[in-house]
Design a protein around this ligand. Structure first.
Ligand code: PEP
Ligand code: MN
Length: 337
């Protein structure tokens, strides 16, 4: 971190600043030029409050040289992290498709979708039991019953299951859920992230609706800093001025995140576009730019789905998508490694 001082800084304030920085175990490189005085801070600056320093009377500017995230940073962990979801590996060359309905609706529905997506090659089954809905009058999910039905589908299909947690109070219900999803709306629920850092279960962390990549990585940092290194990042589209799609899929996030961090990155083209006809082309695009996996909404009867039917694929359409992905994967892998 570099601190540029204003001309003729007050000596007492400067001494105080240097003393304080030293108390943070930082080494100070003091460099007095003709016109400008610069302090170079050497050491771990991840806990230094940059805004606090910038606000000081004697400071003209502050610049970070290293990123404020450490545990998720590829610089300190060059190898890809491989996340193990009950034996199903993702990352480090292991590509996985997570598929299933937006919401668990009945035993018949979830078992039927589980069996068909498994036959098409999905590695995990998704299904929402707690649903974050914009309207309080919309279907809110089957809650604990939904989790119980997912567990039935896991038993029948053998697929690990993925479901979204919305609040810390639900954590005990997720004991047998293989991968816990933190949705876009909870990406910055820091108390939830801290608790998920304490458990030893993989976490799927979705990018917030209007979050930067650095904010996403800082949220992942919360989980890793707590001791849980098994985190998968998910690009699911961001808010822009465009209204033709539900969100705007930021495909550039994939190669960027993969260069910034060692964590696996997957893409959710269902929520990113909101339109079933765009799911396959965007899924292919995601695989081509180096994603480690996909999250795809599949429903046995999309027209009558209780949630997100317009963006859900039929099992047949999903089968076709999975086959196309299989065909491009060897080329996509080579192109990105
Ligand atoms: C979901 O995956 O069901 C979901 C609600 O996604 P997001 O948090 O990305 O909106
Ligand atoms: Mn959905």
């Amino acid at each position: 971190m570099i601190v540029v001082l204003k001309d003729n800084p007050n000596q007492k304030q400067l001494d105080n600043l240097i003393q304080w920085l030293k108390s943070l175990q930082l080494e100070i490189n003091y460099s007095q030029g003709k016109n400008t005085t610069i302090l170079g801070l050497i050491g771990d600056t991840s806990t230094v409050d940059i805004d606090l320093i910038a606000a000081l009377d004697i400071v003209a500017d502050v610049k970070r040289i290293t990123e404020p995230y450490k545990n998720v940073n590829r610089k300190f962990h060059p190898e890809d992290t491989v996340v193990d979801v009950s034996g199903v590996k993702i990352g480090g060359g292991n590509f996985q498709i997570i598929a299933g309905p937006c919401s668990v609706e009945s035993l018949e529905q979830i078992v039927s979708v589980a069996e068909s997506v498994k036959a098409s090659g999905a590695g995990m089954l998704r299904g929402g039991a707690f649903k974050p809905r914009t309207s309080p009058y919309a279907f809110q999910g089957m809650r604990d019953k939904g989790i119980a039905l997912l567990l039935e589908a896991k038993k029948v299909s053998g697929l690990p299951i993925v479901s979204e947690i919305m609040d810390l109070s639900q954590l005990s219900l997720f004991e047998e859920v293989d991968l816990i999803q933190v949705g876009a709306r909870n990406m910055q629920n820091f108390e939830l992230l801290k608790e998920l850092g304490k458990i030893r279960k993989p976490i799927l962390l979705k990018r917030g609706l209007s979050s930067t990549l650095q904010e996403l990585l800082m949220s992942a940092e919360y989980i890793l800093a707590g001791g849980n290194g098994q985190v998968i990042l998910c690009e699911r589209g961001i808010r822009t001025f465009e209204t033709s799609t539900r969100n705007t899929l930021d495909l550039s996030a994939i190669p960027l995140l993969k260069s910034m961090s060692h964590l696996p990155v997957i893409v959710d083209p269902s929520h990113a576009t909101g339109l079933s006809k765009l799911v396959k082309p965007m899924a292919l695009g995601a695989a081509a730019v180096g994603a480690d996996g996909l999250l795809i909404e599949v429903h046995n009867d999309p027209v009558h789905a209780l949630c997100d039917g317009q963006q859900s694929l039929t099992p047949e359409a999903f089968d076709e998508l999975a086959e196309c992905i299989r065909q491009i994967m060897p080329f996509a892998y080579k192109a990105n490694h």
